[in-house]
Each structure stands twice: as C-alpha cells, then as structure tokens.
Design a protein around this ligand. Structure first.
Ligand SMILES: Cc1ncc(COP(=O)(O)O)c(C=O)c1O
Length: 477
C-alpha cells in the first residue's frame, strides 16, 4: 500500500523496445499479406477484449501477442501498397522513429520555456518547409508571420477562421461574443471541415455560402465576388473565404490568384486549404498549384497525408501572427514565464485552440533529413506518375470514363451507365481484400476514386488494381 508502482528498468525498456520495433518492422514486411480493408463485424474487436482491465501487471510480450491476435484483424491497412482509398496517410520509417523520440522525451511544448527545443525546432522546420515549397516569404518566421504545426487541417482552418473573425470585429467576437451578420464563403467542393468549423466558431452553418464551381470542379471567382457583394449590399459582413487547392473529391484546384484578388479588393481574409495537394509544391513543376498564394492571409498543408510524415502533422502558416494571437492568446498567472514576457520567444499555445502540444516537429525533421528534399520530390513524382498511368489505362477502356482532370495523385472514374453498377463494382472490389478504393459524387454521379501516394505503392500494385477492376467490371455486367 502506498508504494510507487514498479517501472521498467532502462534495460527492460531496451529489450521490450527492440521487440516492439521488431514487431512494427515485421508488420511492414507483411503488409501485402493482409486484406486491405478490415472485414471484422461491428463489436468483434471489443468482444475479444476482457470486460475489465487487469488488476495485476501483464507482460509486454502478452500485450504484443494481443496486438497480433486482437488488434490486427481490426485494422484497415493504410500503409498497404494497395490502399487507394480516401487519401494517403504516409507513415514512413523515419517518421515513426521521430515519433518514438518525441514519446521518449515526453515533453509538453505549450510554451517556449517548457522545452525551448520543441518551439525552436518547429519554427525552424516550418521555415525549411516553406522555403522548400517556395511559399511566399511572408509565411516564414522572418517577418510578422510564421508557421505552426496543428493536429489537422480542420484545426488550421478553425484557427484561421477565429483570427479572421477577430480581425473583422476588431476583437469583439472574441471578447463579447460573435455579432450577427458575419458571412463566410467556400466552394461547393470544399472539405466538410470548413462547414464544421463555421459552426464551431459560432458563425452559424447557414452563414457559409457554398460558391458554385466550374466544369473542373474549381470555384468560380466571379460567383464569389457576386456573393460577397450581394451580402454586403444587404448589410451583412463578409469576412472569410476558404479556397481549396486539391479538393477531397477530385483534387480540383481553385484559382487562388483570382480569388485572392476578389478578397483583397473587399478586405476579406483568404485561407487556402491545400491539405493534400500542397505537398506537391515540394516539386517546382507543381508550384503552379499555389499561384497567387501571396494574396492569402493563411495557408495549410498536411505532410501527414502525402509527405511521408505520420499523422498528425498539419503545417499552418499565417502572414500576420498578431491576428491569430489576439484571437487565441490567454495568460493566466500559472503560465507566465520570463521568456514569454520578454517578447523574444514564441509561445505556440497561443497559435492553437488547446493548451498542450506534442513535439511534432521531430518527426517532420527526421523525414526531411532522412529523405532529403530530393527523396521527398521522388515520392511525389512517383505517385503522380502512377496515377497518370492508371488514368491512361482507364481512358483506353471503352467501358469506363475518367470524370475529372487528374492534376496529381487521384483518379476519379466510373463504369459508363448507372450508379448501381458502380456501387456493385466498388463493393465487390473492397470485399475481395486485394485493394481498397472509396467513392464520391461528382455532378450527382457516383464515382470511384483511386488515390495513389502510399510509401510502398509500386507500379505493379496499380497494375494489379486495374486488373481487379476490369475483372470485377465483367462480374457486375
Ligand atoms: C482538402 C482537404 N481539407 C481538409 C481535410 C481534412 O483533413 P484533416 O483530417 O487534417 O482535418 C482533407 C482530408 O481529406 C482534405 O482533403
């Protein structure tokens, strides 16, 4: 009674640590052997777990055995080379090691003083990334702006929205409550997180205008301008636009420059969500995606999607950090530090909604150093080449149609004809366990998506996928 628990000795930790890394390495070796999409029934994983936690300590060996026995069957294998669903969620070995070091250090990076390296590495690596992607200089820490790592693009957009809300109301929205009449805009193809964030920020979901898109699913800037002007004429306060570079459904690219000009002329905050596609800017040939970004107030890209860095790692940049700080900083006595008071350091807790923060920049640093920019560019180019090859195969088969441009890694396609055939096609493919695809709706048609970008996907996996798709198409008639 009252004694401290028995912790592992460093020697025991070393032994179990090696065994755990061995288990992860063996998992990565076996990736192609599992059905990509887990087929467990709802409740099956819980049914295999004891009702209550153990009263007495269990061995790590026993726990690892249950990872294999209970957890693995309930895993959808996002790292499998035939995972083509949603978007890639890269977890490369260097990122895993960076994450391990972060857990080993176990620091809370809420203030500079709570671990100076946690803050300074983050600032530095985000400048590295901004420079490597040729982002506008104004997004770096060398001026009044800078970058910060958020958990997700959803949170980055929320922070941008809160800063814009604060700016548009001269601080009132933050201090006394959100006044009526604020209106936000995005395209009808934007990610659902924008709608969610508008609700969370107290703007009201019905005050988000979903602007019409063109035949390539990109926002129409003239329609945006007209919507803003109509709202303003009606006495409302347009304050925030989210443009998307690489929409979730089809990788459509909103014209950032034209949208930026609309926003600048009307004093509206422009946030650019490039969660997936922004990663491609590591390659000079894809930087056209971000043309006009210097007209934006904030920007985000997720290395946790397609830049070999495991979840969570969203890089969020602002041109003017003061708006963000005014919306989000709060300073109770127990968080005061001498360094913070000096104004010489960044306290990243003021750049995000939660107080606590993980040492996420370590994994990005490991990745950038272990691959080098050259390796990162190869990953992006390899994915784009495979997607383009797949699109050409689909285009050559009369039974199918490619239904959206393929600027990067995602191919939207369907069997010509009824939606029901396509639904059966997708269900049959995913039930096979050989690959995993997901669907969307474009122009109210059911569409299959094949998103390339996993770290281990090779041309043979994409060729196998195409073979399965053709065979399954025969089966659905
Ligand atoms: C364009 C875009 N924005 C936002 C998101 C949401 O990403 P996160 O999970 O980082 O919030 C996605 C993910 O699919 C996306 O494609």
């Amino acid at each position: 009674m009252g004694d401290a628990p028995r912790h592992m000795t460093p020697e025991e930790f070393r032994r179990h640590g090696h065994a755990t890394i061995d288990w992860v390495a063996s998992y990565l070796e076996r990736l192609e052997r599992f059905p990509v999409l887990s087929s467990v029934r709802p409740g099956a994983v819980r049914a295999a777990l004891p009702v209550s936690p153990p009263e007495q300590a269990e061995s790590i060996d026993a726990i690892l055995a249950d990872v294999e026995r209970v957890i693995l069957p309930g895993i959808t294998h996002w790292q499998a080379p035939s995972f083509f669903a949603y978007f890639p969620a890269n977890a490369s070995p260097p990122a895993i090691l960076g994450e391990l070091v972060s857990a080993g250090l176990g620091v809370q990076g809420m203030s500079w003083a709570t671990s100076p390296a946690c803050t300074e590495l983050e600032t530095h690596v985000l400048d590295w990334l901004a420079d490597a992607m040729a982002l506008p200089e104004t997004f770096t820490s060398r001026g009044p702006g800078g970058g910060v790592i958020q958990d997700t693009a959803s949170s980055a957009t929320l922070c941008a929205l809160l800063a814009a809300r604060d700016r548009a109301t001269d601080g009132r929205a933050t201090v006394t409550g959100v006044p009526a009449g604020l209106v936000a805009y995005t395209s009808a193809q934007a990610h659902s997180s924008v709608m969610k964030d508008v609700g969370v920020a107290g703007i009201g979901r019905e005050n988000l205008r979903e602007i019409d898109t063109d035949e390539a699913y990109a926002m129409r800037p003239a329609a945006l301008a007209a919507a803003i002007d109509t709202d303003r004429a009606a006495g409302r306060t347009p304050f925030f636009v989210t443009a998307t570079v690489g929409t979730t459904s089809s990788t459509a690219v909103d014209p950032v420059r034209a949208i930026g000009e609309v926003c600048r002329a009307r004093g509206v905050w422009l946030h650019v969500d490039a969660a997936l596609a922004g990663n491609a800017a590591i390659c000079p040939e894809f930087r056209w995606l971000l043309d006009g970004l210097e007209l934006a107030d904030s920007y985000c890209v997720n290395p946790h999607k397609w830049l070999l860095t495991n979840f969570d790692c969203d890089c969020f940049y602002v041109v003017d950090r003061r708006a963000l700080l005014r919306a989000l900083s709060i300073l109770p006595e127990y968080l005061r530090t001498e360094a913070g008071a000096s104004g010489a350091v960044i306290d990243y807790r003021d750049w995000q909604v939660p107080l606590g923060r993980r040492f996420r920049s370590l994994k990005l640093w490991f990745v950038m150093r272990a691959y080098g920019l050259d390796g990162l560019r190869r990953h992006i180019r390899h994915s784009v080449r495979l997607a383009t090859t797949f699109a050409s195969w689909v285009g050559d088969d009369q039974r199918f149609e490619v239904v959206a441009p393929v600027p990067l890694n995602t191919v939207c396609f369907r069997l010509r004809g009824e939606d029901a055939r396509n639904e059966r096609l997708l269900a049959g493919l995913n039930a096979s366990g050989a690959l995993y695809l997901t669907h969307t709706r474009l122009h109210d048609r059911y569409v299959l998506r094949l998103a390339v970008g996993g770290p281990y996907t090779e041309e043979r996996h994409v060729a196998d996928a195409w073979q399965h798709i053709r065979e399954q198409a025969d089966a659905v008639g």
